[in-house]
Design a protein around this ligand. Sequence first.
Ligand SMILES: NC(=O)c1ccc[n+]([C@@H]2O[C@H](COP(=O)([O-])OP(=O)(O)OC[C@H]3O[C@@H](n4cnc5c(N)ncnc54)[C@H](O)[C@@H]3O)[C@@H](O)[C@H]2O)c1
Length: 428
Amino acid sequence: MKTLKTKLEKKGVYFSTKLPSHPQISKILNIQKTTSKGIMDLSKSFQSSSPRKKEKINRKLLSSWKEQSKHAQYNNKVSPLVICDRKLQQYPEVNTWLKNYPVYFVSAGEKLKNIDFFPTHINKILKISTHKKLSGFISLGGGSVGDFTGFIASVYKRGVPLIHIPSTWLSAMDSAHGGKTALNTKEIKNIIGSYCFPKAVFIVKKLLYQTGREKGLTKASTHFEKKKKQIEKAKGTLPFLSEKEKKSAEGELVKIALIVGGTFYKEVLKKYLIKKSFSHLDLWLLLPQAILSKLKIVEEDPYEKKGLRLLLNLGHTLGHALESYFKIPHGQAVLYGITFATHWSHRRFTLSPLFLKEMSFFIEKQKKLAFYFRKIPLPTLAELLLQDKKRVNKDRVNFIFLKGSGRVFVEEISVQKIIKEVQRQSFL
Ligand SMILES: NC(=O)c1ccc[n+]([C@@H]2O[C@H](COP(=O)([O-])OP(=O)(O)OC[C@H]3O[C@@H](n4cnc5c(N)ncnc54)[C@H](O)[C@@H]3O)[C@@H](O)[C@H]2O)c1
């Protein structure tokens, strides 16, 4: 675990219990810090000097102070802008930390990424920038805030530095890494975007652990969860990440484990088998390896030119369509997508019985998937599939198949073929 974290630090990913300090941020963003070293040296020699020399030193000290205060003023005017999920204001630590920076509060969610509202946001940000010289942007929030902030950082003055502080498991595990930014149009999710590789990503345990729910919630405790939320709201105490947010990360974790295979896959499978879900502690322990695995793929194919990065879309082709239509959590939709890809891969290439058995623990119930398939009109599904960014031409998309853990590959396939397979799986 320690060596993994050291490896990640070299790649700009820092794990910590607290939000990053002001000097840490300044160093990363290369904000000039005034040094008082010269003044200190002068002050030291002042004690042992003759009266004439003391006078000379006094003059020097005065001009240094003047110089320093000029810099201090300048430094005050140069700062990164924090784009922060307004929900996080409820955490006292976040609130204190935010006092160091100008902040633009946003409401998290897909609406934030809607391109129709982008001009309003950018105009407000430009207004802030008339008072402060913006040296970069820091996103503090989940994946929607990260995608939005990343996009702004990539277009503001043709690109300024970006730092991510992810506050959901999904963003800590996936969206904060890899440099993809995205906005949505009314019809198509993530269709507008850019690459903006963050200078640093700070994974802050406290932000992710806000539920403190090590045991994880079962369906039966949903009532308890609602009650607790009401009580906490009434008391004005902290919000916490819901099970839905945790589930979203689980889909991405299973996906990356399947792609890399080997011992990581075995470890993820073993942890999952115990509770049929991951606890916060499981996610925290598996996080470094999941991030490192994603970064290795991204480093080899940062702009998705070699086909390697496409593998990260395992489960996403169908997953995105179901997510858009049924408004189900991203991770759950990805798990359905992986279920579909597994059944289809088995039909086409015959998967090993052991792998199939293992997958039956992981993947969502086929019956539930068949239920969704019967509810979505097939022409609508075809339309949604064709909106996929992995579309290669008029009616074909890149689809990720798998032959085993660590053995995933891309194949160009027609949407008609996907629809045929959906029809087949509707009756499984
Ligand atoms: N760029 C990428 O590579 C990439 C990859 C995967 C997903 N995404 C994008 O990420 C987004 C989904 O991310 P998300 O699930 O983090 O969503 P989100 O940002 O919408 O956050 C989900 C909810 O959790 C709340 N929240 C955030 N942090 C919290 C905390 N610490 N405590 C309590 N509540 C908190 C938010 O207010 C929101 O209500 C989607 O827009 C998706 O397209 C991007």
